[in-house]
Structure formats: structure tokens, C-alpha cells
Design a protein around this ligand. Structure first.
Ligand code: SF4
Length: 199
């Protein structure tokens, strides 16, 4: 798909894309990434849910509260980081985005990552980790580890993290989640020099 037709390079957003018929039907709006265009940390989730679709912002509602709390615990605030999703339109009945839908939206996500050029991309949950790394990922055991992600000629560092919602269903995931955020904050604070958990 030619992302040039819909991508706003200045606003790092998408206008008018209708590449995924089922998502166009179920969405109220396209939910673009939020946060500084030069953020050191760029978080990537799966897809907008009902609250995100309603408010037009990724990771709001209960999962967003957990993310905000985790960021505060490592000395960061939501305004300090950029947050986006693999797909920008809400899937019907909160189903996972289909492979074809993720592929349709991949170009926008890659353009956002290249434009922001963060120290670290942090994937929240299994879907974004597997989408970007293009392999199966055991999120709990790989959480906090840093991997290499190739986008065109650019090599980007990516850290795997559990989804904030996982900590609501399984409190034992909270420590894993917080440790991964801690590793991300430390990495960014060191200007990408930390070797903590790398590869
Ligand atoms: S999910 Fe992405 S590719 Fe699909 S319609 Fe929405 S903006 Fe377009």
C-alpha cells in the first residue's frame, strides 16, 4: 500500500485511509500516536479499544492508567513519551487485528518510528512484539530484553514488555511490567548506552 497518499509527515498521522474495510466499519476515527515527535521512548500497542476509539488517543482507560502509573514509578510522565499502535483503527468486538490489517498499517508505524527516531521502541504485549520482530515471542520470559529491529537501512533498538492489562488480570505480571519499564527508562537515560538485558 502506498502510505504517501494518507500519511501526514509533519503531524505524524494518517488521514482518510480506508485500507481495512472491517476496521473502517467499526472505527469512529483513526487513532494516531500521541506524544513528542522526538521522544526517546516510543511505546507500541496492538490496536485502539473502545475508550481509545472514543477519545482518539492510544492507551487510555484502565490499561492507560497502569501505563501512566508504571511511567511515574520510573520518573517519567505520559507527556515525556510517544505512544502508538500497530493498527490505528478499532477492530470490531475488540478482536485482535488480522495479519492483513497489521500489514496494511505497517507502513504508517514504520514511518512514525523512523520520524521519531527514539532511543528505544517498547512493545506492549504479544501482538506488537511479534508484528515488529516478525517471529513468535514469549513475552513474559523476554520482557526487559532489548532486540534489534531493522526498518529499511535503519537499525532500531526494541524492548519487549508485557501488556499493561496483563497486570490487571494477573498481578504477578506487575513486577515484570515494572522491571521492563525500569530497563527502558535506564536505557533512554543512558542515551542508549546501557547493555542491560541486551540481545
Ligand atoms: S488500520 Fe491502518 S491501514 Fe487499516 S484502515 Fe486504519 S489507518 Fe488504514
Amino acid at each position: 500500500m502506498d502510505t504517501d497518499d494518507y500519511w501526514d509527515e509533519e503531524g505524524l498521522g494518517v488521514g482518510g485511509c480506508e485500507a481495512c474495510p472491517e476496521l473502517v466499519e467499526s472505527r469512529s476515527r483513526i487513532v494516531d500516536g500521541v506524544g513528542p515527535a522526538d521522544a526517546d521512548l516510543l511505546f507500541v500497542g496492538e490496536a485502539p479499544g473502545a475508550t481509545e476509539d472514543e477519545r482518539g488517543e492510544p492507551f487510555v482507560g484502565r490499561s492507560g492508567d497502569v501505563l501512566d502509573e508504571g511511567l511515574r514509578a520510573v520518573g517519567l510522565a505520559r507527556r515525556d513519551v510517544r505512544i502508538t499502535n500497530c493498527v490505528r483503527c478499532r477492530p470490531p468486538d475488540n478482536r485482535d487485528p488480522k495479519t492483513a490489517e497489521r500489514e496494511n498499517c505497517r507502513g504508517y508505524l514504520e514511518r512514525e518510528i523512523l520520524a521519531v527516531d527514539p532511543e528505544l521502541v517498547i512493545t506492549l504485549g504479544k501482538v506488537p512484539a511479534e508484528h515488529l520482530l516478525e517471529r513468535s515471542v514469549a513475552v513474559t520470559s523476554e520482557a526487559g530484553r532489548i532486540h534489534e529491529l531493522s526498518i529499511g537501512e535503519r537499525t532500531q533498538r526494541l524492548l519487549v514488555c508485557v501488556h499493561p492489562a496483563a497486570t490487571l488480570y494477573d498481578p504477578s505480571q506487575r513486577e515484570t511490567f515494572n522491571s521492563a519499564l525500569d530497563a527502558a527508562a535506564e536505557y533512554a537515560g543512558d542515551g542508549g548506552q546501557s547493555t542491560l538485558g541486551e540481545f
